[in-house]
Ligand binder design. Structure first.
Ligand code: ATP
Length: 234
């Protein structure tokens, strides 16, 4: 479904991703794990068209999307749920969720989709009229996910959804990721929380210094010595 072929990208003169290749097949949950500053966010921003690819190519459902502007990438069915959620803090929860439905394909399905999304997040449903900033960190993360789902994406990309959340809420977030995948949306998730992510993912890539250094079935990587020492603290 999504393929990155020898992608190089970065900020200005600084190259962050070096010849990065990876693949996400339809229906999979794929994770990119790595430490601080490894290039996880940069990878998702590059796919989204927010950062220019300087060499290599990105294809989605067989189409070359390497140089498409970000809004056209969204139109193809790729949605990014950004790190730190980036909600409109003074707007209501419902208004924030509605903002997700701007993709053309999502507008016609708005009512049905809203109902489906709110079924997945009962706590959010009870707080639709509250200002987004009045919600707890975990609730705000759920709103960010709900907003992303309103775009009816084919591929949903999560940037560190567990960041800054209490352990119990982290488990709830990963539970939601599992349900989204089960309902047929393909998922690409980047995380520093390697342990939890490998439990929900089918396959994983390990990124260090902007390069993929390892990949395989998530289950297998959990047992790998390098992963256990470097990321699981075992
Ligand atoms: P984290 O988990 O800390 O967010 P990450 O793996 O997502 O890490 P990135 O955010 O992709 O890492 O950052 C990779 C590198 O790119 C880092 O060295 C970072 O300092 C650099 N970087 C990120 N954003 C910018 C920017 N806007 N301008 C210049 N360099 C940047």
């Amino acid at each position: 479904m999504l393929q990155l072929n020898n992608v190089t990208s970065g900020y200005g003169a600084t190259t962050i991703l070096h010849d990065l290749s990876l693949e996400v097949k339809e229906g999979e949950v794929v994770t990119i794990v790595g430490g601080n500053g490894a290039g996880k966010t940069t990878t998702l921003r590059t796919v989204s068209g927010l950062i220019e690819t300087t060499s290599g190519s990105i294809t989605f459902e067989g189409e070359d999307i390497t140089h498409l502007p970000a809004h056209q990438v969204v139109d193809r069915g790729i949605t990014l749920i950004p790190e730190a959620r980036q909600l409109f803090s003074e707007m209501s929860v419902l208004e924030n969720i509605q903002m997700g439905a701007y993709r053309t394909a999502a507008k016609s399905q708005y009512n049905q989709r809203l109902e489906e999304v709110l079924t997945l997040f009962p706590r959010v449903k009870e707080r639709l009229q509250q200002r987004a900033e009045s919600l707890s960190g975990g609730e705000q993360q759920m709103v960010a996910i709900a907003r992303g789902m309103m775009a009816c994406p084919k591929l949903l990309m999560f940037d560190e959804p567990s960041l800054g959340l209490a352990p119990i809420v982290v488990s709830q977030v990963f539970e939601v990721v599992k349900q989204i995948a089960k309902s047929g949306t393909t998922v690409l998730i980047v995380e520093q929380n390697v342990n939890q992510t490998l439990k929900v993912a089918d396959r994983a890539y390990v990124i260090e210094n902007g390069k993929i250094v390892m990949n395989g079935q998530a289950q297998e990587l959990m047992g790998d010595d390098h992963i256990r020492k470097a990321y699981l603290g075992i």
